[in-house]
Design a binder for this molecule. Structure first.
Ligand code: GLN
Length: 519
């Protein structure tokens, strides 16, 4: 099979070819590394990667091939390569959180999820770009330059995990890991036509994910199919004694649910507050198409109201910066990465810390540290942080009431399709509004999945459909997601990424040629 066909297949199809010895893990890994060389660099490259892990990835692949040849029983995904968001620590590769403050820093240990990928024999292709410390919705807040959306290189790939989503959409990696604090797996998935899952809070260990807002953060899978995300979540999930919030009884049977894919008799709730006004027409249209398909497959579609969701964004932008301001205090010029000395005056530790943080953090990170420090300050704590926590309880109650009526909830993932690079960078509020539909799940700890729902009429760009389930019921997302995916693909005549103009025609190839000529 030619390399450019091989890299376009799903991770599960790649796994089947490896098992049948139709392709070796080294060939598969090399094909992805070649694709990265071809499309990721240069002035108009995708720039999904901050670091490419060529030698180690090939060595792991060679080891898998040798073990397979020796007849060893391997994990289903052994030899299938994966990219890792650069917020997740990896031994032997740099971890920057896309911040200058961690430039050149190497973690002395692996995150639990990375250990699990290694144990499964999955070659790590490298570390993907993000908004600095995962703060943003466009990947433009990366200190190392933005990632471009493979559908249109002048547009954003979403954020904060734009690198992971773009890598998967551009066939640079079949799978990737992301982190989702307010939507950073799901919104990039929506705007790049890929699948992404925020598991139930605690279902996947956070040990080794650089903390943004600890009570909201969750690591999860990024892929091109629903089944692939289920396969990956089963690799990375499970109890971890190193994470004090890790569940002892997370959802199981995810892959089985994705393979079963049945919605007959299920009740699916349309969240009244999460569509309509403020949502792009093409997003709304594709959302309605998906409802129709689910209805035709035997699901009962009902409307539910979550009256407090309108306060979710406000509560999030108090809770998240409060936790982040505290989590980011450790970047002090003493323990990690960058140290900048003040240009004049005495060399006290406070002044070194101040100079380091002034030079090492970007504007968005500083904005949130200031916001969080203010919200937590004496005299304001109850009015801001305390009130936000009360709103959080109300949102949890909205979910509880909704899930008393329906099995899963559905909404568009993002109110708009991919916007132009530079369009919202100077307008934090309009940037924050991209997560209006994803944030409630983080505040309540429930799982959410996004899958491509087609292309918006007005711009031909991908629209994401979000499914939400009760905590510990991640399997329902896979069960419903798989049905919707197969019905949609039957309409499109194949995967949505086959319709991406930049991918299927020549734009990325042109980028690749330009990059080669520049070398
Ligand atoms: N875009 C949201 C924010 O800027 C979500 C970030 C995330 O999920 N890491 O906070």
């Amino acid at each position: 099979m030619p390399a450019n066909e091989l890299i376009r297949s799903s991770a599960s199809a790649m796994a089947a070819k490896l098992a049948a010895k139709e392709v070796s893990a080294v060939e598969l890994t090399q094909a992805h590394l070649d694709r990265i060389t071809e499309v990721d660099g240069g002035a108009r490259g995708v720039h999904a990667f901050l670091h490419v892990n060529t030698e180690e990835a090939l060595a792991v692949a060679a080891d898998v091939d040798a073990r397979r040849a020796a007849g060893e029983k391997l994990h289903e995904l052994a030899g299938v390569p994966i990219a890792v968001k650069d917020l997740i620590v990896t031994k032997g590769q740099p971890t920057t959180a896309a911040s200058k403050i961690l430039e050149g820093w190497m973690s002395p240990y692996d995150a639990t999820v990375v250990k699990k990928l290694r144990a499964a024999g999955m070659p790590l292709l490298g570390k993907t770009n993000l908004d600095e410390f995962a703060m943003g919705s466009s990947t433009e807040h990366s200190a190392y330059g933005p990632t471009r959306n493979p559908w249109d290189l002048d547009r954003i790939p979403g954020g904060s995990g734009g690198g992971s989503a773009a890598a998967v959409a551009a066939f640079e990696a079949p799978l990737a890991l992301g982190t989702d604090t307010g939507g950073s797996i799901r919104q990039p998935g929506a705007v790049t036509g890929t699948v992404g899952v925020k598991p139930t809070y605690g279902a996947v260990s956070r040990y080794g994910a650089i903390a943004m807002a600890s009570s909201l953060d969750q690591i999860g899978p990024v892929s091109r199919t629903v089944l692939d995300s289920a396969l990956l979540q089963e690799v990375i999930g499970g109890h971890d004694p190193l994470d004090s919030t890790s569940l002892t009884d997370p959802s199981t049977g995810l892959v089985a649910a994705a393979r079963l894919g049945n919605v007959k008799g299920m009740k699916i709730g349309v969240i009244k507050e999460l569509h309509g006004e403020g949502f792009q027409t093409g997003v709304e249209n594709r959302f309605n198409d998906s409802l129709e398909l689910l209805r035709s497959a035997g699901a009962e579609i009902v409307e539910v109201s979550c009256p407090n969701f309108g306060y979710a964004l406000g509560a999030y932008y108090l809770i998240m910066p409060s936790e982040a301001s505290s989590n980011l205090a450790k970047f002090d010029g003493v323990r990690f990465g960058l140290r900048t000395l003040p240009t004049e005056g005495p060399l006290t530790i406070e002044r070194v810390m101040g100079a380091t943080r002034a030079a090492g953090f970007g504007d968005e990170v500083k904005r949130r540290i200031i916001l969080g420090t203010y919200a937590l300050s004496a005299g304001y704590y109850d009015a801001y942080y305390g009130s936000a926590q009360k709103v959080r309880t109300l949102i949890q109650r909205d979910f509880a009431a909704a899930f008393a009526q329906v099995d899963v909830l559905i909404s568009p993932t993002s109110p708009v399709t991919a916007f132009k690079l530079g369009e919202k960078i100077d307008d934090p509020l309009s940037m924050y509004l991209n997560d209006i539909a994803t944030i409630p799940a983080n505040l309540a700890g429930v799982p959410g999945l996004t899958l491509p729902g087609g292309l918006a009429d007005e711009d031909g760009l991908p629209v994401g459909i979000q499914l939400l389930a009760p905590a510990r019921e991640d399997s329902r997302l896979y069960r419903v997601g798989a049905v919707l995916e197969s019905l949609l693909e039957a309409q499109w005549g194949g995967p949505i990424l086959d319709q991406a103009p930049s991918l299927s025609q020549s734009v990325l190839e042109t980028v690749g040629t330009a990059a080669k000529e520049a070398n």
